[in-house]
Design a binder for this molecule. Structure first.
Ligand code: ADP
Ligand code: MG
Ligand code: MG
Length: 893
């Protein structure tokens, strides 16, 4: 097999084999840009090495052949004493994993070649600086020596000399530092620093292979959902030197601003420096524009190259470059990462410039990015002022902007929030005991743990703002205070603001503003007016495009006229799930209680007829808000006991009344009923269609209310389109009984009104048995709506409320799944049932309508799946409607 490619042999589409860095180095080489010559060892070689613990047959020979060829081209031998060729050994996987894997520079230096390098370059200091860097990087990366030991040695050398800048260490200092570094290596490894250049190179290659499996790389992959078995490529690249004096240097740049997406070049430059000095912050960089003053010629060439790259990649590129004595070299490029706002702006600009089509543009923005733009945010003016500065930064675990008083334990969070305070729960890390506090808090801040930590997982599940792993904040829960690196102390009760989108934490109350994108969706900002900025305009253009492109309809889950109206403004084309449970709470509770406790059919009828007009009014408002669009009303679903008083409270009341000899007959009766109806697993108990079957008249009352509301709307000149949905069906027999009742009621109401009422009756598919017998069920259902929340619970045997708070973070940490199946549909398991039910439902009833109304309806990856299996619509919460529209359009593209 061919395991090694020279840069000239590859291209940008070979990322799987050559990794991102290798593929793009090849692309730049073939574009004729100044790339130092070199070659790439494939990811296939890496996978073999990781699987077998040894290099594949022929790899060593291929590397040697390419090295010899490189030596010839450069006219120098690797590490040759009089005129050494030096190379870097660089990792580079398919997906960029910034800072996760390793690179070693200056391979080929030893006690002899360092003299040759000094001689040839005429710069002794440079030669010794390069040598100490090699030992440092090789020691750390290949020999696993604690990097701090080298850093400390440098600090000592600087202190001994009384300087603070490493540029002030002279040749002798660096020579001594090299000796000191060699001692560290000998001390830590029990052997001398390897002096053979080829051995140095091969060992570095193996170390890069192995760095694929380093724990931090594995963790990063899990968090970013990068497959674990891809392996990394290794690039061997001849060295160019940015540390050859002040006419040399190194820098990074972007062809546009990756933060805002605005046009114009951005970057940093550092004179007399090598490689990672720029990012490592060893010294202060200067903005790229200063390069024009420092080296006008290189600056001009660089601007030209960046322009070439943008036109070639047709996207924002980021680059690494080095200038060696006035000569510019390109060391890396890739399509650059960017913020959500930048993604929209850039895609739109590129369309404007005629570089890409709108179709390509919508493929370059995601629903997640759109969702980010829709969260309320801290007022930019307030956070960019001179007087506000962040206390610290953590990971952006769950987006949003939250303000509240800092509390350091769950108990206080609950207590204070009950008395009306807004609080931010600050913990080192959270565990299931913190759950109540997390619920009570506006936001959650932790100093430990990543995006799969308990805090992050639970917060995302609750849609609550969370910043996690803010390691620089010292959270001292015992003394109820937190100390920032700048020395500021936050005591319990001090107000802080946390930004779950940026990960920043501020002292004090930062004002929160509505996102302009939401105001646009709400119709408050006209995209054509000058109130709208370019972000709103780009979102508007994309939304028009995806609405025309998508096949699936997007509906919303809404159960009040206000929500329905908002959903409609957000672009919903109907309601996919109108829950009716909240219509039975509040001041209607006594009516429901009476219904459940009724001793005689008369009593029961009485409560039902009291509920009927109320329900009719509920539905009327919603049908009016959604006039002309379908409204799927789900008949009552939750367990009955949820409508009854708390068992403990009631017991106490009965006991007290008894002791006082007061009349308590009614309470006693209720108590008995509550006992009778109490369930161990209410979510698997008497609910949904089961309730409809055992409480006579309940579902028919609801159907009548819906039908009468429709009649009222028709009489008022409206176009109501209600649909009746029966929850938790497991077998067609359940459905048949309820459906017959429903149709009888519909006929009755129709006759009473003298109208032809044809309302579709359908069912939810949320139990595995329903999915597996979908063919039979479809005979009696005009539509299916997949309730993927319950379906996920029942397919996995998970009780969501229990599992998310207890062991899901451990599961994510261990990689059992990459993302919670409640966040993104489990395509292999739950998705398979959806597919089966969709196919068999369609086979039995070709014109059956198929939709989904679980939270997955607003999840980007899940929307793509639903498109693929041919569903007619997705339904999600009003705020997710734009996200679903965008993703449904992208899926169809
Ligand atoms: P990362 O993926 O962490 O950016 P790189 O392989 O890009 O690692 O290398 C780290 C640094 O060393 C970068 O700044 C890069 O530009 C620089 N570098 C890599 N190879 C060379 C080389 N052959 N000559 C000069 N600098 C190099
Ligand atoms: Mg790099
Ligand atoms: Mg359900």
């Amino acid at each position: 097999a061919k395991y090694v490619y020279t840069f000239a042999e590859g291209n940008k589409d070979m990322k799987d084999l050559l990794g991102g860095k290798g593929a793009n180095l090849a692309e730049m080489t073939n574009l004729g840009l100044p790339v130092p010559p070199g070659f790439t060892i494939t990811t296939e070689a890496c996978r073999h090495y990781l699987d077998h613990g040894s290099m594949p047959d022929g790899l060593d020979e291929q590397i040697e052949t390419h090295l010899v060829r490189l030596e010839k081209e450069m006219g120098r031998g690797l590490g040759r004493p009089d005129d050494p060729l030096l190379v870097s050994v660089r990792s580079g996987a398919r997906f960029s994993m910034p800072g996760m894997m390793e690179t070693v520079l200056n391979i080929g230096l030893n006690d002899e070649s360092v003299l040759g390098l000094a001689e040839r370059s005429g710069d002794e200091r440079f030669a010794w600086d390069s040598y100490r860097r090699l030992i440092q990087m090789f020691g750390k990366t290949v020999q696993d020596i604690d990097g701090d030991l080298f850093e400390e040695a440098i600090e000592e050398a600087k202190k001994a000399k009384g300087v603070t800048d490493d540029l002030h260490l002279d040749t002798d200092d660096l020579r001594r530092l090299v000796d000191r570094f060699k001692e560290i290596v000998a001390d830590r490894t029990g052997g001398p620093f390897p002096t053979d250049p080829r051995e140095q190179m091969i060992r570095a290659v193996r170390a890069v292979f192995e760095s694929w499996n380093a724990p931090r790389a594995a963790l990063y992959r899990r968090q970013e959902r990068i497959p674990a078995d891809l392996g990394t490529a290794v690039n061997i690249c001849s060295m160019v030197f940015g540390n050859l004096g002040m006419d040399s240097g190194t820098g990074v740049a972007f062809t546009r601003d990756p933060a805002t997406g605005r046009t114009g070049v951005y970057g940093d430059y550092l004179q007399n420096a090598q490689g990672e000095d720029v990012v490592a912050g060893v010294r202060n960089t200067v903005p790229l524009t200063d390069l024009e003053r420092i080296d006008a010629h290189s600056h001009e060439e660089l601007m030209g190259i960046m322009n070439t790259l943008e036109n070639h990649y047709r996207d924002l590129c980021d680059i690494e470059f080095t200038i060696e004595r006035g000569k510019l070299w390109m060391l890396q490029t890739r399509v650059g990462k960017r913020t959500a706002a930048a993604a929209f702006r850039i895609a739109d600009q590129l369309v404007e410039q005629g570089m890409i089509t709108l179709d390509e543009a919508v493929q370059r923005v995601t629903g997640d990015q759109l969702a980010q733009l829709m969260f309320p945010r801290f007022d930019e003016e307030a956070t960019s002022g001179d007087d506000v500065h962040p206390l610290g930064r953590g990971m952006n675990a769950s987006p949003g902007a939250a303000v509240g008083k800092a509390v350091f334990d769950s108990y206080t969070a609950v207590k204070w929030s009950r008395s009306g305070e807004r609080v931010i729960l600050c913990r080192r890390e959270t565990n299931p005991d913190d759950l109540e506090g997390m619920i009570a808090a506006e936001g959650i801040l932790t100093s430990r743990g990543g995006k799969t930590s308990h805090a992050a997982v639970v917060a995302r599940g609750m849609g609550k703002t969370c910043v996690c792993g803010a390691e620089e904040l010292d959270i001292d829960t015992k003394n109820r205070r937190m100390t920032a690196p700048g020395g500021e102390v936050v005591e319990e009760g001090d107000v802080i603001s946390i930004d779950g989108t940026s990960g920043l934490v501020y002292l004090g109350e930062v004002p929160v503003v509505d996102s302009p994108v939401v105001r646009y969706f709400e119709g408050e900002i006209d995209p054509a007016s000058d109130q709208a900025d370019d972000l709103v305009r780009s979102v508007d253009r994309m939304m028009h495009y995806v609405d025309a492109a998508r096949r699936m309809y997007v509906r919303a889950n809404a159960d009040t006229p206000e929500d329905a109206a908002r959903a409609r403004r957000m672009g919903a084309q109907g309601i996919g799930l109108c829950r009716t449970e909240h219509m039975f709470l509040g001041d209607r509770r006594p009516l429901v209680e009476r219904l459940i406790l009724a001793d005689t059919p008369e009593e029961q009828r009485e409560s039902l007829s009291a509920l009927l007009p109320l329900q009719r009014e509920d539905f009327g408002g919603i049908l009016e808000a959604m006039d002309g669009l379908p409204v799927t009303v789900r008949l009552l679903d939750p367990p009955l006991h949820e409508f009854l008083p708390d068992i403990t409270e009631l017991s106490v009341r009965v006991a007290v009344a008894e002791a006082r000899g007061e009349d308590h007959e009614n309470d006693l009766r209720v108590l008995q009923a509550v006992h009778r109806l109490h369930e161990q697993n209410p979510m698997l108990g008497l609910r949904g269609v089961r309730l409809g079957l055992v409480v006579p008249g309940l579902f028919t009352m609801q159907v009548r209310a819906i039908a009468e509301a429709a009649v009222d709307r028709i009489r008022a000149g409206g176009r109501p389109r209600p649909e009746i949905m029966i929850p938790l069906v497991g077998t067609v027999q359940e459905l048949e009984i309820i459906k017959d009742d429903a149709q009888r009621v519909l006929r009755e109401v129709g006759e009473e009104a003298g109208l032809e009422l044809e309302l579709p009756v359908g069912t939810m598919i949320e139990l595995p048995r329903a999915a597996l017998t979908a063919g039979q069920i479809a005979e009696n259902a005009e539509f299916f709506s997949f309730g993927t929340n319950d379906l996920t619970q029942t397919v996995w045997g998970f009780s969501r409320d229990d599992v998310e708070a207890s062991f899901f973070s451990a599961y994510l940490e261990k990689g059992v799944f990459g993302v919670s199946p409640f966040e993104s549909l489990d395509v292999d398991g739950v998705g398979r049932l959806v597919r089966i039910a969709a196919e068999e439902g369609r086979a039995a009833r070709p014109d059956i309508k198929l939709g989904v109304c679980g939270e997955h309806g607003g999840d980007p990856a899940s929307v793509h799946f639903f498109h693929k299996v041919g569903l007619d619509y997705v339904s999600c919460s009003p705020f997710r409607v734009p996200v679903a529209r965008l993703e449904a359009g992208r899926a169809a593209g």
